[in-house]
Ligand binder design. Structure first.
Ligand code: CA
Length: 187
């Protein structure tokens, strides 16, 4: 079953019919950031490649908001997917996504942005992420702890697949981009 979350400014709200938001975590131990070195592989169904630059899947996991994965098919890339495989099964506690190309204000607004992503684990669970538009200036001011996040229950995964379900085109292109995805393990 899919659980659907939407976030407003820093606030996570469960949107499943009539349910209250998920309770705050009661553990005093915070989720632990999963290092790039814990990742086995990063792949995408397509990526944008232009004359002087390309936007491969690895750019979504390099810790740098000035680089991005951009899907590379015609139109908004609905159904295009990004997959990350960890070196061992891991209890995923949080997933934080930059839903757009957050290099700077112009880059963000010129390019396409995801509006809804599906996140599926190879261990059988999945969630959906809704993205309201967050202007660059507000987003850039967020620390990693403040970034909007999806809280899983937690769920175990070796491979996580992020699939574009809905997207908004940018001012100049329909190439949909994600600057960064951060994964956190249960403590
Ligand atoms: Ca990046």
């Amino acid at each position: 079953m899919h659980r659907v979350y939407a976030w407003t400014w820093g606030v996570l709200v469960a949107c499943q019919s009539g349910q209250a938001p998920p309770p705050e975590q009661t553990t005093s131990q915070a989720p632990v950031a999963i290092a790039r070195s814990a990742l086995q592989s990063i792949e995408a169904s397509s990526f944008l490649s232009e004359d002087r630059s390309s936007f491969p899947a690895e750019h979504a996991f390099d810790g740098d908001r000035s680089t991005a994965w951009c899907e590379g098919v015609e139109g908004l890339g609905i159904g295009q997917a990004l997959s990350v495989t960890l070196k061992k099964p891991t209890d995923i506690a949080e997933i934080r996504v930059d839903g757009g190309y957050y290099k700077d204000d112009r880059t963000l607004t010129n390019n396409g942005r995801p509006r809804k992503l599906a996140v599926a684990s190879d261990q059988g669970w999945s969630v959906q992420i809704d993205f309201p538009f967050v202007p660059y200036r507000e987003h850039a001011a967020q620390t990693v702890k403040e970034k909007p996040r999806v809280i899983t229950q937690p769920g175990k995964a070796t491979t996580l697949t992020f699939t574009l379900l809905e997207a908004d085109e940018g001012r100049f292109t329909k190439d949909v981009c994600i600057s960064e995805i951060a994964l956190f393990a249960a403590p």
